[in-house]
Design a protein around this ligand. Sequence first.
Ligand SMILES: Nc1ncnc2c1ncn2[C@@H]1O[C@H](COP(=O)(O)OP(=O)(O)OP(=O)(O)O)[C@@H](O)[C@H]1O
Ligand SMILES: [Mg+2]
Length: 415
Amino acid sequence: MKVFASLDVGTSKIVALIGELDSQKELHVMSKGEVPSRGVDRGSIIFLRDASHAIGEAIKEVYRKSAFDISDVILGISSSKMTSQNDTEGITLTSQSNEITEEHINKLLEAGRNKLKQEGYDILHIIPKRYKLDDAEGIINPLGLVGSKLSVDLHAIKVPTTVVLNMKRAVEEANIGVSDTVPSIIASAEAVLLEEEKEAGVLLIDIGAGLTDFILYRDGSPEVVGSVNLAGINITKDILQIMKLPFEDAERLKKEHGYAMAELIRNDEHISIYRRGEDKEITINKSEIASIIQARLEEIMERVVSKLEDANVSLDYANAGVVITGGTANLKGIKEFAEKYFSTSVRIGKPINIGSIDNSIKDPAYATAVGLLIHKVRNLDKQDFLVRSDNGIRRREGAFVNRIKKFFEDIKNML
Ligand SMILES: Nc1ncnc2c1ncn2[C@@H]1O[C@H](COP(=O)(O)OP(=O)(O)OP(=O)(O)O)[C@@H](O)[C@H]1O
Ligand SMILES: [Mg+2]
């Protein structure tokens, strides 16, 4: 049994999850720690001390609720400056009829990584899409095949280096290690998309509080990834400004009575609310709130579409339609709104392929936190993991193996 911890530092909430991979290779969420966000805005740390305190609280809570200690977390990263790039890299093998080894593949991917390097940016994620070996195209894994010219189509996701460094620093200040950094949208995709959707082509949009991240899959691989710095908070702020309400009241109004589309509301539907600090009630037309929400959602979607266009990516690639996730996916009428906006089928993406004793994680707002665990498990190889021991002593299996490995390496270097 293996145990992992994920950490999603969002604009509205910080979530830590502990997931367990059981002997049947099924992943279960064991516990959740959640606190309102502090010191974080749209993926960036704006106040280190507050952010690390809040992170520490989320971690403490998830630890308290489970039998496991956490030494390292799988950390989600996002930024409105996140970009992605497709490229092809090739190597020529020395002699013909060379068998492709892991070394060749690593060399090829390393060359690709070097080529795609950009000043001030980290390549957070690089995905080999398809390989080509001499004239054979569409190879999924060339290992063990024979040929002389090997090339690969790559997709690289880049985030400003300082965003990654400061986010890691906030976690480390809370005395937690970071084992992996994963783009949040890659994690969300792992949690909510079906393999068939990725193969057919799908656009996933994660509308959170401060950021709207998106990813378009084509033929099973990412074609473009990006982020827009507008999301649920902007909707709340619009309501707050126009209705002259305090933030908390506008937020509640949005969640309880908000609709994504004015035409879904009858014109005469009204609600009465108390303004905080005032004793008289005010009456608000529901379709007026819906119009405010719809206008902002249209702007968010326009920004996403314009980024797709900048990358020369057509929505026609998304044969399986659009999937919406993130907390704002809970907005009433958002599916109908998006169906009309994109003229395609739309579904709301909730975390799937995961068991949990706590059903609250089946909400779109937890797509990233859940997906970070799924991503880790799908890419498991030589990483550290925590092991629950019967006598209550926790040990880190991978760390022990790594120490032995290092011991032999040190000896080798001395000889
Ligand atoms: N029922 C609802 N109707 C409308 N909006 C909702 C609803 N439930 C949650 N939201 C909105 O979802 C947003 C929070 O989403 P989420 O938890 O995905 O954000 P986050 O991960 O903290 O932030 P980000 O990823 O943008 O940094 C808030 O703006 C909240 O108002
Ligand atoms: Mg989020």
